[in-house]
Design a protein around this ligand. Structure first.
Ligand SMILES: C[S@@+](CC[C@H](N)C(=O)[O-])C[C@H]1O[C@@H](n2cnc3c(N)ncnc32)[C@H](O)[C@@H]1O
Length: 285
């Protein structure tokens, strides 16, 4: 049975969540705090959300508790090859373009950032699409691994440890993974599908909060997947984040956001591109 939250408690916790993660909870989201944080509050020995807020902001366990709150309050919904087209565009349009530059000696690598990677399906889908491009064009897996660097980050330590393990149940596998990739890159062990090291080793996972300035810490990148995350942020933070994203994209770099998300109105640093109804962006020179 969830704890009930009063308006004042809601405002305190809502502001805390926004300050820590950028996630902006509207006035109608009190139920979300009740549903997602009641268990944590109870486990911390708190009888009200007011008590829990004080514990959260004052206790010496602040960091651990704060991380658990952010883990619980953020939405980690994801699937393999989500919306399909971004991965097709990556494989058939963007990687061939960058690979041409590699062959011409103008660059050594392609650097890709999955900026809110949740349980790993997005960066692993990127890795599979990249490997497909190399194999279909007669290049080796070794060349793909050497030339494609994929950094995957998330604010949630819980989802990152899941992603790093690369083990998924039937239900997770059934969500968007083409049979071909299942047969090629997974092995069934007990109830789990274990991802092949060839794909796992192409992705580096790291804890990173998009609230923190990325410049000088990570990047620069040639391609950024910032998908299905800015939808949770306030208008002000979207502007700040997209101007930071523009600074850590290399000239001519590409940006994918989620279907239903847009850069329009938040940043004019990008040109809009479209393939088969899928919109993506390129940094203006
Ligand atoms: C809905 S999932 C999207 C996963 C994937 N990008 C996709 O499109 O399927 C949103 C992810 O954003 C992460 N997230 C939320 N706020 C964040 C922040 N401030 N910094 C980094 N990651 C954040 C959440 O932990 C969650 O895993």
């Amino acid at each position: 049975m969830p704890l009930r939250i009063c308006h004042q408690e809601f405002r305190l916790l809502r502001d805390f969540v926004e300050q820590e993660s950028g996630v902006s909870l509207g006035e109608d989201k009190a139920y979300l705090i009740e549903n997602r944080l009641s268990k944590l509050a109870a486990e911390s020995g708190c009888k009200t959300f007011g008590e829990f807020y004080l514990r959260l902001t004052a206790s010496p366990l602040y960091d651990k508790l704060r991380a658990s709150v952010i883990d619980a309050i953020t939405t980690h919904e994801t699937l393999w090859f989500r919306d399909r087209l971004p991965f097709k565009i990556l494989e058939e349009q963007i990687l061939p373009e960058f690979h041409k530059e590699i062959r011409a000696g103008k660059r050594g690598t392609v650097k890709i950032w999955s900026a809110a990677c949740a349980t790993g399906q997005e960066p692993y889908s990127i890795a599979m699409a990249a490997l497909d491009f190399y194999i279909k064009n007669g290049y080796t897996e070794t060349a793909c691994c050497r030339q494609t660097q994929i950094l995957a980050t998330d604010i949630s330590a819980g989802t990152l440890s899941f992603a790093t393990a690369g083990k998924y149940d039937d239900n997770t596998i059934s969500r968007g993974l083409p049979r071909f990739y299942l047969e090629r890159y997974f092995q069934k062990t007990g109830n789990e599908w274990v991802l092949d090291d060839r794909i796992k080793n192409m992705v580096t996972f790291r804890l990173f909060n998009l609230k923190d300035p990325a410049s000088g810490i990570i990047g620069p990148f040639d391609i950024i997947f910032l998908r299905n995350v800015i939808i949770y942020f306030s208008e002000t933070f979207k502007k700040t984040l997209l101007s930071r994203i523009a600074r850590i994209l290399n000239p001519g770099g590409y940006l994918f956001v989620g279907t239903g998300e847009t850069v329009g109105g938040y940043s004019d640093a990008f040109s809009l591109l479209e393939v088969e109804g899928t919109v993506f962006y390129r940094l203006k020179n």
